[in-house]
Structure formats: C-alpha cells, structure tokens
Ligand binder design. Sequence first.
Ligand code: ACO
Ligand code: ACO
Length: 154
Amino acid sequence: MQMNLEIRRLRKDGRIPYDLLLLADETIEAIDRYILQSEVYILERDHKAAAVYVLYTLDADCVEIKNIAVDEKLQGQGIGRSLLEDATRRATIDGYKTIIIGTGDGSIRQLDLYQKEGFEIFDIRKGFFIDNYPAPIYENGIQLRDMIMLRKQL
Ligand code: ACO
Ligand code: ACO
C-alpha cells in the first residue's frame, strides 16, 4: 500500500536523527563515515523525526541508500515502503540511473521489503560484517557475515 507522507530533506545545519539511524547501523562512528557527505530525508510526526533515509552519491549514475529506518512504534504500517518509493522518485529526478542498497545476510525482513520494492540482488560483499564491526551482530538468530547488495534500475 502506498501512503501519502510528507518527507523532506534535512537542511545541512539540521539535527541529525542519530536515534533513528542507530536502528539501521551499529555505531555512531559507522554513521559518521557517510552522513556528512550524504543527503538526509526525514518524515516528521509531532515535530520530531519519525523515519529517515540517507542518500549517498557513488558516481554520476549511481546513488546508495546508506540508511533507512522507521521509529519502532511506527514499523509495519507501510512507512518503510513509502520511504523506498520516495528515494526512488528523488533519485530518478536527480538523474541517477541506478539506486542501490545493502543489508545483512540475516536481515530477512529487509530482504523481503527491498525485493518487493523492485530491488534485485547483484553482489555479495563477503565478510563485510566480520571485517568492519568490532563485535558480532545477530539478526533473527543469525550472525551477520556478508552484505547483500541490491539494485534497481531507474
Ligand atoms: N517479517 C517479514 N517481512 C516483514 C515483516 C515481518 N515481520 N514486517 C514487514 N516486512 C516486510 C514485508 O515485505 C512488508 O511488506 P508487506 O506489508 O507487503 O508484507 C514490508 O516489509 C513493508 O513493511 P513496512 O511497514 O513498509 O516497513 P517498515 O515501515 O517497518 O520499515 C524498516 C521497514 C525500515 C526495515 C523498519 O522495519 C526499520 O526501521 N527497521 C530497523 C532498521 C533497519 O533494519 N533498517 C534497514 C537496515 S539496511 C539499511 O539501512 C541500508
Ligand atoms: N518464517 C521464517 N523462518 C521459518 C518459518 C517461517 N514461517 N518457519 C520455519 N522457519 C525456519 C526457522 O529458521 C526455523 O528455525 P527455528 O525453529 O529455530 O526458528 C527453521 O526454519 C526450522 O524449521 P523446521 O520446522 O525444522 O522446518 P520444516 O520442517 O518446516 O522444514 C522446509 C523446512 C523443508 C523448508 C519445509 O518448510 C518445506 O518442505 N517447505 C516447502 C519445500 C521447500 O521450500 N523446500 C526447500 C526448497 S530448496 C531445496 O529444496 C534445496
């Protein structure tokens, strides 16, 4: 179901919603590796960020969704799908040819969502979660090892 939600770009001096970003990434250090070079889009509820996605330009043709997160109380209501549709629309307007997203090999729900939104797996970054994070990460009882990369042609 597509929802009509108002999603806006965060100004460069706007408050970065780390609480939300930390739902999708393990540490502030990991987020800080991309956040200042990215465009941040937020959905507000009661004057507070309730959902976020982050676009990072890889090259003139390709942009990556580095982070996507919905407030835990609002998950499962279609907001994640709407964020992906908004990201796809903006990337198309901005002239990119491909939008990509990566997630953990145990992230079953995210893999389900991204494929329903038209993303296809094109690469596996072996050992990504072992090599880049200090402690093991578990999702759905599975230790994350590899990053599954998905893409959508625009
Ligand atoms: N089991 C399996 N799939 C599920 C489940 C579930 N319990 N719940 C949702 N989904 C999938 C389904 O495909 C669902 O589609 P459907 O409604 O047609 O069945 C789809 O997700 C859409 O669900 P939404 O309600 O739109 O998703 P939501 O608003 O919860 O947002 C998100 C999804 C962003 C993953 C959210 O759950 C979240 O913030 N999770 C924590 C942070 C996170 O893991 N972010 C992604 C990390 S990867 C990255 O950032 C690049
Ligand atoms: N959602 C997600 N994972 C689930 C679910 C579910 N609804 N149900 C079971 N699982 C997973 C869980 O990881 C579960 O582990 P847990 O109990 O620790 O949570 C695990 O499956 C084991 O469940 P079992 O009850 O042992 O599995 P089951 O007896 O149902 O057998 C099988 C699994 C063979 C996939 C069976 O469901 C089936 O016959 N499905 C249809 C045929 C099929 O798809 N076969 C595989 C095709 S690929 C191939 O054949 C090589």
